[in-house]
Design a protein around this ligand. Structure first.
Ligand code: AMP
Ligand code: GLY
Length: 439
């Protein structure tokens, strides 16, 4: 493929592009499929000019800065040197937990995303659980511990099946769903004594295992007002039938048909509003995208986790459904004017499937040439673990790319996604064949 050529047969609109030359620059922090989906949605805004990536990636069609997503000084220096940048969008968990938004704001630069204090809902599971207890938000029964012995005592005495969670960020891998109490005690040792996730495991949460199905509900919020996005369903296991190891996510669809209006209303009343109110009362109003990871069993809805950001790969299914101006929405979240912003969604069904490197989520080879991208038609390719390879792209990560399509019904969207995936090739490529199969 030719680099920087718009993907999927879309030709540049010269007049529109010329008009946008004077548009606002936006810096997007991060470099995966989620960030690519954010970039594409931002570029649909007439007000947006150059989109920069920190670091971005070679398939994303952004101006790559070479700055890593956790380099706060580098990002601030870059924004200072580029007065066209009117907004920095901080997408990943790590820079949010390090306070990138706080530092940008303190230096007078506009940034989209929660402060470090608000993002604590994600970067400390013990904080999130205590927060839910304080504000009566439904979640699994739990205790948190900073001693392995006390945790093991609880596991032996609690009388229910448990899940053991490292308190801090652990690349989404710090959660162990245990079959038996022996497994759970081993997980405590792995996390607390052997430091499998480093300092993220200095504290742990032990909570009751919940059964049911999982739904991701994301909202835009300015700290006071909020706007719901269509629900989504992620597929975390590597293999078909939810077998294999946990991954960062192998595909998603949106909206989630089993999660109807009644459940949504209940979730808004018992989870969304109490969370936003609670964060204001904590003195840490949450501005940005708040992600509620929910477990649903009949009409029982409980929070499994909060994420202080868009999910990956949910975003690659949800944002294409947005029938509005993402740049305007981001600005409204920062400015506190979300109630005055029109946000509508297409009444369509969206599905995405992640193409991964053989071996992922364990070790895998990199540098495999990707072919067939130019033939993709009717679906959108979001790039994640890719690098330049001559005039084309090669693999450079576990989750390489994500193919998404939407249609009036899931069956057509699914058919399109899998048909188009069949045109893309790289050595060792694997993907789940059952995303959205039961819909
Ligand atoms: P978390 O990062 O806390 O959402 O956990 C990652 C995954 O572990 C979730 O998406 C669930 O699949 C599973 N999980 C977490 N907590 C529980 C729980 N209490 N009961 C059952 N499964 C859970
Ligand atoms: N898809 C789950 C996450 O982004 O954490």
């Amino acid at each position: 493929m030719v680099l920087n050529k718009p993907q999927n047969g879309k030709r540049p609109n010269i007049n529109k592009d010329l008009k946008k030359l004077g548009g606002d620059g936006v810096l997007v922090v991060g470099g995966g499929g989620r960030e690519h989906a954010i970039v594409r949605a931002l570029k649909r805004s007439a007000a947006v000019g150059t989109v920069y990536g920190a670091p971005g990636n070679a398939g994303m069609d952004v101006t790559e800065t070479g700055i890593s997503a956790t380099d706060i000084d580098g990002v601030v220096t870059f924004v200072a040197a580029h007065p066209d940048i009117k907004l920095t969008v901080v997408a990943p968990d790590d820079p949010l937990s390090m306070g990138m938004v706080d530092v940008l704001s303190a230096n007078g630069y506009k940034a989209f995303g929660p402060t470090k204090a608000a993002a604590k809902l994600e970067w400390s599971k013990a904080y999130a659980k205590d927060f839910m207890r304080r504000y009566g938000i439904p979640t699994a029964e739990y205790e948190s511990f900073d001693s392995a012995d006390a945790a093991k005592r609880y596991i032996r005495e609690c009388g229910f099946r448990v899940v053991v969670k490292a308190d801090g960020l652990a690349l989404g891998k710090g959660v162990v769903v245990c079959e038996t109490s022996e497994d759970a005690e081993r997980a405590v040792d792995d996390i607390m004594s052997d430091k499998k996730f480093g300092a993220a495991g200095d504290r742990i949460v032990v909570e009751r295992f919940l059964s049911g199905y999982e739904v991701s509900l994301l909202v835009f919020t300015d700290g006071v007002h909020y706007s719901l996005m269509p629900t989504a369903c992620d597929h975390k296991r590597a293999l078909d039938g939810d077998k294999g190891l946990n991954t960062g996510g192998m595909g998603a669809y949106s909206p989630c048909p089993v999660f109807g209006a009644e459940l949504l209303k209940k979730t808004v009343e018992t989870v969304v509003e109490p969370t936003l109110d609670g964060m204001r009362r904590e003195g840490a109003p949450f501005k940005g995208v708040l992600y509620f990871g929910l477990m649903v069993d009949g009409d029982d809805v409980r929070v499994l986790e909060y994420n202080a950001r868009f999910g990956d790969p949910e975003t690659q299914s949800v944002l294409p459904l947005l029938d509005g101006d993402l740049y305007e929405i981001f600005n409204a979240c920062v400015d506190g004017t979300l109630d005055k912003t029109r946000i509508t969604w297409l009444d369509k069904k969206s599905i995405n499937v992640v193409l991964a490197s053989g071996g992922y989520p364990l070790s895998y080879e990199k540098g495999k040439r990707i072919t067939g991208l130019d033939d993709v038609n009717g679906a959108t390719v979001y790039f994640a673990g890719v690098k330049r390879d001559g005039d084309g792209l090669a693999t450079s990560g576990g989750r390489v790319l994500c193919v998404q399509a939407m249609a009036d019904d899931f069956e057509s969207a699914r058919e399109t996604v899998y048909r188009e995936i069949g045109k893309i090739r790289f050595d060792g490529c694997f993907y789940r064949r059952d995303i959205g199969a039961k819909l």
